[in-house]
Every structure is written in structure tokens, then in C-alpha cells.
Design a protein around this ligand. Structure first.
Ligand code: HEC
Length: 153
């Protein structure tokens, strides 16, 4: 086949696309690497408790907060966020806390304080953008811990 300017350009484009795909695959592999620390000191009982609380407690609470925020219902945002703030410390079982590494507990504490910041933003500013910003900061504390630890091997 005679290589015209047009087919030459098409080959070049295909080559660039293949390179981009290759780079994308390398990146995907890097992103899938898992260097989280497995929490080996947590018993099956507290492991199940923690996972249940994450999916049926914390995750749902954040979604409820966002739903209230979308409704402009700042009183509900404040109430929901306060439930998971410092007030929640008293509900945490010392037997479970003993099984968690200190650094993880610090991250957990940061999360509870971030819930209080959402409540404060709702009460003191009533500004949806500020409250959304506080929810984003809160979720950064979720992801920080999720990037660091795992309960499931
Ligand atoms: C102090 C650490 C920590 C914080 C903070 C934290 N998590 Fe988790 N979460 C974990 C760990 C560890 C797992 C287990 C992950 C794994 O083994 O793959 C988990 C798992 C989950 C799961 C999956 C549960 C399941 O059934 O598998 C959800 C959902 C979740 N977290 C939501 C949240 C949300 C939402 C927040 C913030 C509001 C949050 N978590 C904050 C440590 C944390």
C-alpha cells in the first residue's frame, strides 16, 4: 500500500492512541496497588462491628446529611452531624478501642471532630457552600483512613 499523507496521519494517530492506552494501563495498575496496612489486632467480633458501622452507620449518615443540605434544612444537618461528633466518643466501647492502633484512633478522632465542624458550619453560617465544604473536609478524613488501613485481607 502506498503511504499517502492521509494514511500516514492515520497511522500516527493510531500509534499515539496505543501509547496513551498503554500509559493508561500502567497507571491503572499503579492505582490498583494496595499498600494499606492490614489490621491484624482486630478480633472478628469488632471487625464485623466496624464494617457494619461503616456501611450502615457512617455512610448512611453522610448521605442523610447531604440530603438535608440539598433541602436547605440546616437544623437537620446540624443534628445529624452532631450525633457523630464528639458526642459519639462516649458510645465507643473501650474493648474495641484497645484493639485499634493509636494512629488509627487519631484518624477516627479527626473524623468525629470534622462532623462537629459540619454542625458548626450549619449552625453558624447556614451557607450551603460552606457546609458542603465542611462535608468535603469530613470525607477527606474517611478517605485518609481508607487509604491507610484495611480490615479485609
Ligand atoms: C479511622 C479509620 C476510618 C475512618 C475515619 C473511616 N473508615 Fe470506613 N473503613 C475503615 C476500614 C479499615 C474499612 C475496611 C476496608 C477494607 O478492609 O477494605 C472501612 C470500610 C468502610 C466501608 C465498607 C464497609 C463494608 O461493609 O465493607 C464503608 C462504606 C465505609 N468504611 C464508610 C466510611 C465513611 C463514610 C467514613 C467517613 C464518614 C469512614 N468510613 C471513615 C476505616 C475508617
Amino acid at each position: 500500500m502506498k503511504t499517502t499523507a492521509r494514511t500516514g496521519t492515520a497511522f500516527l494517530a493510531a500509534g499515539i492512541a496505543a501509547l496513551a492506552l498503554g500509559a493508561g494501563m500502567v497507571r491503572a495498575q499503579e492505582e490498583m496497588s494496595d499498600d494499606r496496612e492490614l489490621l491484624t489486632t482486630v478480633s472478628d467480633h469488632w471487625r464485623a462491628h466496624l464494617l457494619h458501622d461503616m456501611r450502615a452507620g457512617l455512610f448512611v449518615q453522610v448521605q442523610d446529611i447531604l440530603a438535608a443540605l440539598a433541602d436547605g434544612d440546616m437544623a437537620t444537618v446540624e443534628a445529624l452531624a452532631t450525633e457523630r461528633g464528639k458526642a459519639h466518643f462516649a458510645k465507643m466501647d473501650p474493648a474495641m478501642m484497645k484493639e485499634l492502633p493509636p494512629e488509627m484512633k487519631m484518624m477516627g478522632k479527626a473524623m468525629h471532630l470534622a462532623f462537629d465542624d459540619v454542625a458548626t458550619a450549619a449552625r453558624e453560617t447556614g451557607d450551603p457552600a460552606r457546609v458542603a465544604g465542611a462535608v468535603s473536609d469530613l470525607m477527606a478524613t474517611c478517605t485518609a483512613c481508607h487509604m491507610t488501613y484495611k480490615l479485609n485481607p
